[in-house]
Design a protein around this ligand. Structure first.
Ligand code: SF4
Ligand code: SF4
Length: 97
């Protein structure tokens, strides 16, 4: 499967109608759009799964009951950080990492 960063487009006309709607999100790693990154403090995490439920990009996966951000697809919207009832997620600028 090609990485979206390996594809060189010369015009928007060469793009698929919608990178997301065509079901190509597995091909187009939309995490490249992100300017802010969610950082999960697993010491604070209560394993409630709310961040997983709210993420509009299905970019939070649960591994052994703990949330993990899939940075290939996370767009950095901050919804997970906003919704976490335990303030276990903070958003930090990508450039500062
Ligand atoms: S919402 Fe917060 S406390 Fe709940 S699983 Fe996600 S990070 Fe952990
Ligand atoms: S920042 Fe947005 S896209 Fe990324 S994991 Fe959180 S809710 Fe999902």
């Amino acid at each position: 499967m090609p990485d979206d960063h390996e594809i060189n487009y010369n015009s928007y006309k060469e793009l698929p109608p919608s990178p997301i709607a065509t079901g190509s999100s597995l091909v187009f790693k939309t995490g490249g759009w992100r300017t802010m990154r969610p950082i999960i403090d697993l010491e604070k995490c209560k394993k409630c799964g709310i961040c997983w439920k709210y993420c509009p990009d299905v970019s939070i996966i649960i591994v052994e009951d703990l949330p993990k951000v899939d940075l290939d697809y996370c767009k950095g919207c901050g919804i997970c950080a906003n919704e976490c009832p335990f303030d276990a997620i903070v958003m930090v600028e990508e450039e500062s990492i």
